[in-house]
Design a protein around this ligand. Structure first.
Ligand code: IPM
Ligand code: MG
Length: 369
């Protein structure tokens, strides 16, 4: 049987540096566990713009559709701020999400014990935290029409975006959340603004419908998203799975990420419908951005990108035990006090480089055998 295929799109800024460490991990699995992948690479974001004049070439899009999973680094950078909106680096990522129809974005926020002191919140609030945000990723205000900047009638301009959700768009992401909850602590909290938005009322009703008809065994609650933001920093352990729309999910997941001590720790999986081989369409990427301020200096934390690969092992390749092995290796390295610059506490110390962190994780994998 052919090896499963991976397309690596390292992208911009720190993307290539952190992805280099993921390649070490992929190599380790091939060599030590006989789990081999056919890996190809291509360009996305500013890196693609520099070569093709667009942030995602059609050939790259076609390759992404054809592989078993895409691993993405990060997109964006100050060089590209001046570009026309339609060719900005972020458009490449949004095209991948939309055309692959990756509607369920899983963003776990887990606090490693060794890092409980690094959160901006008190350690007792975050120690042992383990929540999963499920963000709708292919609809809502990110894609709704009409959109644009138009002249108004007073000689000024008007900027328009449209928040739009259909029954089926809400139901399918709600199902993803309920399925995950069943394998966790069986609790879903749905967040919207049903107090001010009709799309929020529909969201609440459809999530409730999926619950009542298909998942009555899972505990469901609803919360306004602003209250949700407040509750996330007040007492985050009240949550198990949070399901929310594209824009609220973008904001709430950054907030949840910081609970864990560093944005450099948070992986994500973006999943769509099953392909012919039964595997879901899938793209894995760290939640952090391209961090142009530290790019090329060997300072970036590769853990978010490495944990994204662990999610690929679990969700695309049904290798949950191997994913857990990789997650434990990361945990061990952190417990041993290995720290990249973003994980330095006030007491200081000497940070390791991006490559040294990758090597330490490989060594911990070796020790796991
Ligand atoms: C994210 C990012 C993206 C988003 C950007 C880069 C388009 O912030 O994945 O959270 O807004 O979805
Ligand atoms: Mg974001």
């Amino acid at each position: 049987m052919a090896n499963p295929s991976l397309l690596i799109l390292a992208g911009d800024g720190i993307g290539p540096e952190v992805m280099a460490e993921v390649k070490k991990i992929i190599g380790w699995y091939g060599e030590k566990r006989a789990i081999r992948f056919d890996v190809s690479e291509d360009l996305v974001g500013g890196a693609a713009y520099d070569v093709h004049g667009v942030p995602l070439a059609d050939e790259t899009m076609a390759r992404a559709q054809a592989v078993d999973a895409v691993l993405l680094g990060a997109v964006g950078g100050p060089n590209y701020d001046v570009l026309d909106f339609s060719v900005k680096p972020e458009r490449g990522l949004l095209r991948l999400r939309k055309e692959m129809d990756l509607y369920a974005n899983l963003r776990p926020a887990q606090c490693f014990d060794a890092l409980a002191d690094f959160s901006s919140l008190k350690p007792e609030i975050v120690a042992g935290l383990d929540i999963m945000i499920v963000r709708e990723l292919t609809s809502g205000v990110y894609f709704g029409e009409p959109r644009g900047i138009f002249p108004d009638n007073e000689g000024g301009r008007v900027g328009i975006n449209t928040q739009r959700y259909t029954t089926e768009e809400i139901r399918r992401v709600a199902r993803s959340a309920f399925e995950l909850a069943r394998r966790r602590n069986n609790k879903v909290c749905s967040m919207e603004k049903a107090n001010v938005m009709e799309s929020g009322i529909l969201w609440r009703e459809e999530v409730q419908w999926v619950h009542d008809n298909e998942y009555p065994d899972v505990a469901l609650s609803h919360m306004y998203a602003d209250n949700g933001a407040m509750q996330l920093v007040r007492w985050p352990k009240q949550f198990d799975v949070i399901v929310t729309d594209n824009l609220f999910g973008d904001v709430l997941s950054d907030c949840a990420a910081m609970l864990t001590g560093s944005l450099g720790m948070l992986p994500s999986a973006s999943l769509g419908a099953p392909m012919a081989n039964g595997r879901p369409k899938a793209l894995y990427e760290p939640v952090h951005g391209s961090a142009p301020d530290i790019a090329g200096q060997g300072k970036a934390n590769p853990i978010a990108c490495i944990l994204s690969f662990a999610m690929a092992l679990r969700y695309s390749f049904d290798l949950g035990d191997e994913a857990a092995r990789l997650e434990k290796a990361v945990e061990k390295v952190l417990a041993d006090g290995v720290r990249t610059a973003d994980l330095m506490g006030p007491e200081g110390g000497t940070p390791v480089t991006t490559a040294e962190m990758g090597d330490a994780i490989v060594a911990a994998l070796d020790a796991s055998l």
